[in-house]
Design a binder for this molecule. Sequence first.
Ligand code: PLP
Length: 392
Amino acid sequence: MDATDDRLSGRVTGLEYSAIRQMFERAGTLEARGRDLAHLEIGEPDFGTPEHIVEAAFEAARAGATDYTSTAGIRELREAIADRPGKSEDFDPGAEIAVTTGGMEALYAALQAVVDPGEEVVVPTPTWPNYLTQIRLAGGKPVEVPLPAAEGFDLAPDRVIEAIGDETAAVVFSSPSNPTGRVFAPADVRAVLEAAAVHECFVVADEVYDSLVYGDRPAGIPGYTDHEEYLLTVNSCSKRYAMTGWRLGWLAGPADVIEATSKIRSVVTASPSSVSQHAALAALTGPQDRAAEMAVAFEQRRDYVVDRLADVPAVSAPPPEGAMYAFVDVSALPGTSEAIAGRLLEEYGVVTAPGGGFGAAGEGYLRVSFANSLDRIEVGLDRFEQMVRDEL
Ligand code: PLP
């Protein structure tokens, strides 16, 4: 087939797969040739979805919950989201919550609803690359604001606020942060929200890792603001309940924006999967012990990664306060982060994500995911340590 750029829209020709996805694909090619690789690149919990959630989905399907639902999602689920364990804000389930096909659709719909072509969207970096791509898909211009490496990439409200101007439609970030594992301080988040509201721009706050917090800082992003009319929060069942494949998330925010996103989503997906919505209902309203056990397992892995990295010469990482990633400074090694990740993959059999893929501020780093089992993390870190010792 003759596939020239002309055949495709300008919207898509500039798009690239994320650095994480590219490493995953390269790894797949090596594995197809029989290579044993330690996967420390993806943010996919290695646990199965808890049994009672799977069972609820079976029951719902058998009982006939197999039709389109309201675009905003079934009412019981929106109520369960409004009352969910560990929630950080009150939202009206009737008008201020939309159930979506994963956090990704929530983010997509939010950006499509509030960003006009040519408008700027401020993104503190290092950042999850999906934000930058989704902003471009909405016709917006990402404005990267590098966070200070010397402070472990903590939110620097002054820098972020300085970047907000008349052309800014939104500020987007996650806390706990992917890729740095940083949990932003409430006062810093509040400062950004307040400045954004003064400029009448939105804050899209991504809380998908809010169940994985290891330090003293509180997890939720909202709850710190008097400006709910400019706050949109994204969340999902993916990480908390090991439900990535069920594609079930939500967007919460002011009623006019939720209504606008429903108009968009009504012509794209019509509604989230009905069966997944019943699974999510069981997840949010049922026993929380499996979710708690998984969070404990993540904390053990996080502690292990911190201990092991402390023994590797010439590298360092801010201790992750949340999420499932260590962001490791490998600038003592030769070459770009992409080259380093490439050697680590090809020569030592460890898959990581190069920091340069998380915005310019991530250059010189590797993102190491601890979503894999302790055994595989150990194999991966043994090999990583070997590479560092070989190359120094
Ligand atoms: N936000 C962040 C920061 C993520 O890392 C991810 C997935 O890795 C998501 C959102 C989306 O998750 P999902 O669409 O599975 O809910």
